[in-house]
Design a protein around this ligand. Structure first.
Ligand code: SF4
Ligand code: SF4
Length: 406
């Protein structure tokens, strides 16, 4: 598609990037078939091709309206459309540019602004941990809608104390340490069993929450602060930066792109990205050691929900399922595995109806063959699915940690 960019954007880096992306789109519509919001709403403007068209119009100077904003808001940023697109359209990046222009031009109602501000600041605040622990203590008394966002408190267990020559950085995100501290502890224990020491810098948001709520400057400030905190460990020679939440991993892998015009941070960001590994990239080579360490053959029937940030964002597909299967578990097939579960960061709060429909559709597929356990790889998906599941939902690293301890 050709776009004639309007004066306000045509000579900016964002304008040039957006124009390149729009040009690649041949309007074939293959992406529409795999778009969750198009599947639910059946409206062209709630699918990727329609949204690309809306953004193109905005880039060309057409004034966006509340309706434009609504169609862009309804997008989950799941990037299933990128996986499907035969022309390599980087829809996620185009959406970021389109959303920030629309955000500047279309005023939101006060209630919406307040909610977005509360999410932006609340989730990444130091007060989130104490608030979550209070919520967990009073969980039984909470109204259903809030209870769904507050996972049951489970003990994290001991953090390994051994020191190893092999060292990796394990950044703790903003919400995971308080919502499900066992995921980080389980990661450290599994790495310890493999002779790797986890080094944890102070917990901080990766920048995804603010970035996806269109506060790009605040997100960049968080990203720079993370790079500053991680850099001494990079210089000291950590082998990798380990990500156990695929949403954070997908964001950290964008650091080099987001800071490409920042002379003070561009090179550091490239180095950070080169070192960043999701657990699914790190552990497969250790499967033979893990098989030796597992004391008995596994006989569970599990199903794996691949988060969008893993399969579409980081393009890691089928790896965890293969690894679980190599470890002796029966991994059940999953219909519509490409579809988002509706969690999508703050989407479940901002678009609760669509989010719940997607969650229920996903759970019907996941529980279809009565698995004993649902496994996934991202705290947001795990909490969201658990709020409606009849089956326990865990991170796959928690499963592995528990089996190694058996
Ligand atoms: S599949 Fe790709 S090229 Fe085709 S309409 Fe969608 S984004 Fe455009
Ligand atoms: S990111 Fe997901 S919800 Fe948004 S247009 Fe693409 S497939 Fe649809």
């Amino acid at each position: 598609m050709k776009a004639q960019l309007a004066d306000f954007i045509k000579d900016t880096p964002e304008g040039k990037e957006a124009e390149d992306i729009v040009r690649r789109c041949v309007h074939c519509g293959f992406c529409t078939a795999t778009c969750p919001t198009y599947q639910l709403l059946g409206d062209e403007l709630d699918g990727p091709r329609g949204r690309i068209y809306l953004i193109k119009q905005v880039l060309e100077g057409v004034e966006p309206t509340e309706s434009t904003q609504l169609h862009l808001d309804r997008c989950l940023t799941c990037r299933a459309c990128e996986t499907t697109c035969p022309s390599g359209v980087q829809y996620g990046r185009l959406l970021d540019i389109g959303r920030s222009i629309v955000e500047e031009k279309v005023a939101r109602p006060a209630g919406d602004r307040l909610m977005r501000s509360a999410l932006k600041h609340g989730l990444t605040s130091k007060l989130f941990g104490p608030a979550m622990r209070t919520g967990q203590a009073l969980r039984a008394l909470l109204p259903e809608a809030i209870r769904a966002k507050v996972p049951e408190r489970r003990a994290a267990g001991a953090w390994p104390q051994r020191s190893h020559a092999r060292k990796m950085l394990l950044p703790l995100g903003c919400v995971q340490p308080s919502m499900s501290p066992n995921i980080d502890a389980a990661t450290a224990r599994v790495l310890d069993a493999l002779g790797i020491e986890s080094i944890t810098p102070p917990a901080n948001c990766c920048g995804a929450i603010k970035h996806h709520l269109n506060d790009h400057d605040a997100a960049l400030a968080e990203i720079r602060s993370n790079i500053d905190a991680w850099w001494p460990h990079v210089e000291a020679g950590v082998e990798a930066i380990v990500m156990n939440a695929s949403g954070c991993g997908a964001m950290v892998k964008e650091y080099a792109h987001l800071l490409r015009h920042d002379p003070a941070y561009a090179e550091k960001a490239r180095r950070i990205v080169a070192l960043t590994r999701d657990l699914a990239e790190l552990l497969p080579e250790h499967v033979p050691t893990l098989i030796e360490k597992l004391s008995k053959r596994q006989s569970e029937r599990v199903v794996f929900h691949p988060p969008c940030t893993l399969q579409h964002g980081q393009k890691i597909r089928g790896v965890v399922e293969r690894m679980l299967s190599d470890l002796g578990v029966e991994v059940l097939p999953l219909a519509e595995s490409h579809l988002c579960c509706g969690s999508a960061g703050t989407y479940s709060v901002l678009q609760p109806e669509l989010s719940k429909q997607l969650r229920d559709r996903k759970l019907a597929a996941l529980e279809d063959q009565q698995p004993e356990l649902i496994l996934s790889a991202n705290i947001g998906c795990i909490t969201h699915l658990a709020s409606g599941a009849h089956t326990p939902v865990r991170h796959w690293i928690e499963w592995l940690d528990a089996r190694l301890a058996d």
